[in-house]
Design a binder for this molecule. Structure first.
Ligand SMILES: Nc1nc2c(ncn2[C@@H]2O[C@H](COP(=O)(O)OP(=O)(O)OP(=O)(O)O)[C@@H](O)[C@H]2O)c(=O)[nH]1
Ligand SMILES: [Mg+2]
Length: 162
């Protein structure tokens, strides 16, 4: 079991990557976040690939990133878990791909986790991070309260946003 987690949150521009991380860490939502840069993507323990459920292209982007992750995986290393996230669930009237289609593709074909959330209303953000902890092999991370403990640890400045 790893005790230090490096998580890459990737996705097209404006899908809500920063909003998800800030909602998890600080229970805050804003219309605008400062940009963060990407470093050390190869050595992460898990990937969160975010798309906007109202934006078709952002799901195509997720497909491309996933493909790139698979292609650049070091042969012989264990598979790094990938969780696909459909954000902006609160705007679901504008959904462009039926949920069933995406979840079928992601879960059955890609064998990845799939979660829909709203960073704006804090829907399923804790669930996302508890699934993430489970996926990196944390045997005791079966419940949302583990994600709450994780959140607490991160808030105590044990988290670096790179
Ligand atoms: N309605 C709604 N808006 C959201 C949600 N999450 C993010 N947004 C909005 O979407 C816009 C982009 O959010 P960001 O978190 O900056 O997106 P990002 O993926 O970090 O964008 P880049 O860093 O530019 O790639 C902002 O105006 C947010 O307020 C959500 O769950 N629901
Ligand atoms: Mg951002």
């Amino acid at each position: 079991m790893v005790t230090t987690f490096k998580i890459a949150v990737l996705g097209a521009q404006g899908v809500g990557k920063s909003a998800i991380v800030h909602q998890f860490l600080y229970n805050e939502f804003s219309e605008e976040w400062a940009d963060v840069c990407c470093r050390g993507l190869r050595s992460v323990h898990a990937y969160i690939l975010v798309y906007d459920i109202c934006c078709f292209d952002s799901f195509e982007y997720v497909k491309t990133i996933r493909q790139q992750i698979l292609e650049t995986r070091v042969i012989g290393t264990s598979d790094t878990p990938i969780i696909i996230v459909g954000n902006k669930r609160d705007l679901q009237k504008g959904r462009v791909i039926p949920r069933w289609n995406v979840s079928n593709l992601v879960k059955k074909t890609w064998k990845c986790g799939y979660i829909e959330c709203s960073a704006k209303y804090n829907w399923h953000i804790l669930l996302l991070f508890s699934e993430l902890l489970k996926s990196v092999g944390c045997a005791r991370c079966k419940h949302v309260h583990t994600a709450i403990r994780f959140q607490g640890a991160l808030r105590r400045n044990r988290c670096t946003i790179m």
